[in-house]
Design a protein around this ligand. Structure first.
Ligand code: COA
Length: 399
């Protein structure tokens, strides 16, 4: 009987690769993309520039950024056949499922998607062939970054019985996303808020969806397969979906009577071992820097729109930190993002697709980084009872 090895459930804390794409310091509440603090990027950058930064490892020069923007705009439109695929889906299809299907359907229209055997170039000694495959992966990745907002927006229109909105190339990536989703040209404020939200969600160290993408890519498969898998991982409520639940809890408090009822609501929840959604994080044991930035924007939007939910959120945060702060439980990115998206008029089940529109840049960047020194990811499981000679029983003899 072999001895059971140490099993690290959920692979928590397991380090399997080196990545300089993004990093989190959970104790100090820091997040950097390629070494640049997220606060700097949220203040000064754009999602397009951040996508370049994540992939290339440095900020673009002016002409490089212009060329990158042109490339993204050139790949916004969807092939008519992909729109037809979306139109064939039942209208109650979840937006994440529609996105996953749309991305998978896009693969066949990409001129760089060749025979799967081409992926073996990643493993060979021919440096030029390896680089060529890597460059193909990058081009496919950029095409997907460009098409994600159009796909998500197209599904929103189609499920409401409308035609997808024709992409305009005078809009930024964030503006194009809101235009595709809502069918109207967004205000400058709405565009900037969405841009910031996309920047904040673009990468986040190693996480379940990034890892999923890397696992698929490590088999020398193609970028579309890897990203399609990553979307599947992001869909899970343990990863991409808590912001919807935050909004549900805030509305619950609102219905009970608002700010004056928070303490009662919280005592009730905690006495039943319930959880305040949008609070706590596996890595952050301090205030999530993304939550701080989104809180400010939620406050800005609340000045123009419904104030009450925001006021409830701020008070709930204060009371909750008094109660749970010493355990290292603070607001995470989801606490304020739901309020922001709700204020922009985006339907609740589209919140996770927004995450995907942003995170695809990080997925592509991390896969490209992994492909620089690709190794098949192939872990092991411990075979519990160690039986190797169990007899086969014919079906007639099974009790
Ligand atoms: C994200 C999360 C799973 C991380 O959890 P974790 O680091 O593994 O911490 P644990 O689940 O082990 O919880 C540790 C303690 O904090 C408490 N806790 C953690 N998050 C809490 C929350 N949001 N509300 C109330 N209590 C919370 C737990 O009840 C536990 O208390 P105990 O030690 O008295 O039993 C957890 O904080 C959570 O469920 N948050 C709510 C969902 C959410 O916002 N998810 C989005 C993450 S970006």
């Amino acid at each position: 009987m072999s001895q059971q090895p140490e099993i690290i459930r959920g692979m928590q804390g397991v380090v399997f690769t080196i990545s300089n794409v993004s990093a989190i310091n959970g104790q100090e509440g820091k997040l950097v993309y390629r070494g640049i603090p997220i606060e700097e990027l949220a203040e000064h950058s754009t999602f397009e520039e951040v996508s370049f930064l994540l992939m290339e490892g440095r900020l673009p020069r002016k002409e490089e950024l212009e060329a990158f923007n042109r490339m993204l705009k050139a790949h916004r439109a969807l092939p008519g056949e992909v729109v037809d695929v979306l139109k064939k889906l039942p209208s109650n299809t979840h937006p994440m499922d529609a996105l996953r299907t749309g991305v998978s359907a896009l693969a066949g229209f990409d001129p760089d998607l060749g025979d799967p055997i081409e992926g073996m170039a990643l493993m060979g000694k021919d440096e030029e062939a390896r680089k060529a495959y890597w460059e193909k992966g990058k081009r496919m990745g950029i095409r997907m970054i460009a098409a994600f907002p159009t796909l998500v927006g197209a599904w929103e229109q189609i499920r409401n019985g409308k035609q997808p909105v024709e992409p305009r190339d005078d809009l930024s990536h964030a503006g194009h996303f809101l235009h595709s989703m809502l069918g109207t040209v967004p205000s400058d404020t709405a565009t900037r808020v969405m841009d910031v939200a996309l920047i904040l969600h673009a990468a986040h160290g190693m996480n379940a969806s990034t890892f999923t993408g890397i696992v698929i890519a490590s088999t020398a498969s193609d970028m579309y397969s890897a990203i399609t898998g990553a979307i599947g991982a992001l869909k899970g409520p343990l990863h991409g979906g808590a912001n919807q639940q935050v909004l549900r809890q805030l509305r619950e408090i609102q219905e009970m009577g608002g700010v004056s009822k928070i303490q009662e609501w919280l005592d009730n929840l905690l006495s039943q071992k319930g959880r305040v959604m949008g609070f706590g994080h596996r890595v952050y044991k301090a205030y999530d820097p993304r939550a701080r930035i989104l809180k400010r924007w939620a406050g800005e939007l609340a000045k123009e729109q419904e104030k009450e939910l925001y006021e409830i959120a701020v008070k709930l945060e204060e009371i909750n930190i008094q109660k749970l702060g010493q355990k290292g439980i603070f607001p995470n990115v989801d606490f304020y993002s739901g309020l922001v998206y709700g204020a922009l008029g985006i339907p609740v089940d589209q919140f996770t697709p927004i995450f995907a529109v942003a995170r695809v840049s990080g997925w592509v960047a991390d896969i490209l980084e992994y492909w620089k020194d690709n190794r098949l990811i192939r872990p092991r499981a411990y075979y519990g009872d160690q039986v190797w000679d169990r007899p086969y029983t014919p079906v007639e003899e099974r009790g």
